[in-house]
Design a protein around this ligand. Sequence first.
Ligand code: SAH
Length: 359
Amino acid sequence: MIEEIRRAGPMSTARFMALALGHPTLGYYAGRDPLGAAGDFITAPEVSQVFGELLGLWLGQAWSDCGKPDPCLLVEPGPGRGTLMADLLRAAGHVPGFRPSLRVHLVETSERLRDLQRARLAGETVHWHATLDEVPPGPMLLVANEFFDALPVHQLVATGHGWVERTVDLNEGELAFGLADRPSALARSLPEASSVLSQIAEVSPMRARIARLIGRRLAMHGGVALIIDYGAWAPQVTGDTLQAVRGHAPCPLLDAPGKADLSSHVDFRALAEAGRDGGAAVYGPVPQGPFLRAMGIDLRIARLLERATPGQRRDLRAALFRLTDASAMGELFKVMALARPGVPAPPGFAAPTLLPESA
Ligand code: SAH
């Protein structure tokens, strides 16, 4: 990274993020298993199998509402350890005809995580891809949990001479933040910089491109996508949400590239607009807690409690709290669905939030 800055000059925060996370040998995802109690952060599927099971039943209902396409692609970008996919597939077995119709496609850049996914999904026929573009066409159910937050964002700073890119530069040999010397072309849809001086806006062409691609595929071939992440329907000027986490605690962003997880709040407005531009109807986002409650998480936990040991009971109650309580993941995490216009609203959602103009 330091060599690249010496050679090519200051880099954008997006380039910094892409390298720190995705560098094939030095990147964060190349070197370690980031997930779970022993890792740096824990995700909903790692908190409890109930999360994936409920989403599996949700997908079964969505599949029925789409006319039970067979074959149907089950696509997961950023599958981590493969835990969510394993839980989804187990629950899918309870919906008649659903399981045999599914063709599993994972989008994963990290070889290290691909190995963990292979082990977790042993016995399944699984196709891996480096990008979503490589997944073959066809009706698709897509699930992305904590995928978009890891995709690179550019940070722009409002200055007296317009929106300029915040850069990662060198100061006496150490990484340090800087500012680009001319206005950025990424600021097109932002308000006048002079009206919000010194504020930061995060813009992610990569996130938008992938959401647009998902929307386009759903519009062309049918299906539904479920996107779950931390973030909100953000104001145009999002503020600085880029963060580094190591060993379950925040750490300074530039301290240890490749050794800390980097992510930023997902701007659901930007994802929704891109998905709509791709041709999909957008539902939500709704907070994760109420969504899981509507999917019957209380009942499912109650069933499991009936035959649990005291230790398991404690774990189940803790998982329910963690996934649904507003002080844990229940409010910060949001759930948004994209679907081909004209199919019934996906389970747990009311009328669309956004519709393509042609619909
Ligand atoms: N969904 C999982 C893991 C979240 S961690 C869970 O909920 O537990 C983020 C995942 O996205 C990892 O699997 C990481 O390797 C993957 N990832 C990050 N950037 C990616 C990219 N550009 N393309 C494909 N996968 C990516």
